[in-house]
Design a protein around this ligand. Structure first.
Ligand code: SF4
Ligand code: SF4
Length: 236
């Protein structure tokens, strides 16, 4: 990691980021990456106490946490853009997922989790969420696209580390995960039914009076998330 990546990481961690990664996107089609070759991937961890409470479905506290972390990501993205432009590079912030989603096909032009895998910060779990070894899926994330040449320390990840685990498959009330392991290039429908997931989310949030489109079960039941929660909260 050169001093650029190092300085940016330290500044963002100081302001509240939990993880910072750097991805080379030059092999992807130019439109979705806005003709920028690299990206800064920024993640903030969800409060483990809130995550510990959503194994049965979303709560109002989870919605508050979700929205607060999205706001923090906006600030961190703004800071990253400012820093990169101050260094003479072009930089464009991409908000947290959910804010630039196409609600017809439930896709974003460049998913943050794709950037995360290119930055070596995790893999796409059977439930379609990014899974990070340290935080599981208990993170919110955002991306800053840039023309700066940035290189992280992590090697890009192109295949799942879920192994034999089927926790999210067994607990999903919508049967959205098919049980198939993600591998780079695999079509989303092969491992996860985004429409079934979305239908369930619309129904459960309506019932509970929650305005954001959240569920959280697959976040909470993932063993990687559980390890993070247990470590953060200690023996209970
Ligand atoms: S968010 Fe809920 S409905 Fe969607 S895959 Fe996860 S557990 Fe299933
Ligand atoms: S719960 Fe298990 S199968 Fe699902 S994403 Fe986490 S590790 Fe993968």
């Amino acid at each position: 990691m050169s001093h650029l990546e190092d300085d940016l990481t330290q500044l963002l961690m100081h302001k509240g980021a939990s993880l910072v990664g750097f991805a080379d996107l030059s092999m992807l089609p130019p439109e979705p990456r806005m003709h920028m070759d690299c990206a800064v991937w920024i993640a903030v961890a969800l409060d483990p106490r809130v995550v510990d409470d959503i194994a049965e479905g979303p709560t109002k506290f989870y919605e508050i946490e979700y929205l607060e972390k999205n706001e923090l990501l906006k600030v961190l993205c703004r800071d990253a853009v400012k820093i990169l432009r101050g260094w003479g590079f072009e930089a464009i912030a991409r908000a947290a997922t959910g804010e630039d989603i196409d609600w017809i096909d439930l896709q974003t032009p460049l998913p943050h989790k794709t950037v995360a895998t290119r930055a070596g910060m995790g893999w796409i779990g059977k439930c379609g969420l990014l899974v990070n070894k340290e935080y599981g899926s208990a993170i919110r994330m955002a991306v800053v696209l840039t023309d700066a040449t940035l290189e992280g320390e992590e090697v890009p990840i192109g295949a799942s580390y879920c192994g034999d685990c089927m926790a999210c498959v067994q607990h999903c009330p919508a049967n959205a995960p098919t049980g198939e392991d993600w591998i780079k290039g695999l079509e989303r429908e092969e491992y996860y039914d985004a429409f079934a997931c979305h239908e369930h989310i619309l129904q459960v949030t309506k019932e509970k009076g929650i305005r954001s489109k959240v569920c959280g079960i697959c976040i909470a039941v993932c063993p990687y998330t559980k390890k993070y929660v247990k470590k953060a909260l200690g023996p209970q």
